[in-house]
Write a new protein. Structure first.
Length: 199
């Protein structure tokens, strides 16, 4: 009898824990900032765990492909080749209507972590020289809002990333100016949540 009771408690505990685990798989568009920038696409994976009072915490791993825009010190602008931004963020969401247990659940949230940006090359409007910016990592953040209908999820996320400044040189290696780019981008994404119910 005691073994049966312990086994039942173990099954109930395991079921409760499993019910709190969720996994988001999302895709969509990435819209960068600045002149010369061109939008691209993104894919994100986010394992999460449900907490009391409508809170959900997780880790977002996202890859975004965009063409960033560069503005040189003389005012000219250029578009870079398509390059990736991979981010690793600790996230948290709040569902204000969680206590109603209804299918439609709006949420707000955010996160913070590291953004790894691949190297990108660009050419200015006033020069045929091709310049480039090396791969770099920056600490940044993210704010988002959206809704979930059962396992369907939609979100708009703004990713805050510091700008990058690149020195421009001539063919002899002499500095002739600088070029800067805004790395922040907006993600418009949709997908599915596996496990854990709708909130």
């Amino acid at each position: 009898m005691k073994k049966l009771l312990l086994a039942s408690l173990a099954i109930l505990t395991l079921s409760a824990v499993q019910a709190q685990f969720k996994f988001d798989i999302m895709a969509g568009g990435a819209v960068p900032q600045g002149p010369g920038a061109k939008g691209g696409m993104l894919l994100s994976l986010e394992p999460k765990y449900g907490l009391p009072f409508g809170m959900v915490s997780g880790i977002r791993v996202e890859g975004a492909l965009t063409a960033r825009g560069f503005v040189s010190s003389d005012g000219s602008s250029a578009g870079a080749n398509v390059a990736g931004i991979v981010s690793y963020l600790v996230t948290s969401d709040y569902y204000p209507l969680h206590f109603l247990h209804i299918g439609f659940q709006p949420f707000v949230g955010g996160g913070t972590g590291v953004f790894d940006m691949a190297a990108a090359s660009f050419s200015g409007n006033s020069s045929n020289d091709v310049e480039g910016t090396g791969a770099t990592s920056k600490f940044g953040g993210m704010a988002r809002s959206g809704f979930q209908i059962h396992h369907f999820r939609f979100a708009v996320e703004y990713n805050f990333i510091g700008s990058t400044t690149q020195t421009i040189t001539d063919n002899n290696g002499n500095k002739i100016g600088t070029a800067s780019t805004k790395n922040s981008y907006t993600g418009i994404k949709f997908g599915t949540t596996i496990g854990g119910g709708h909130h």
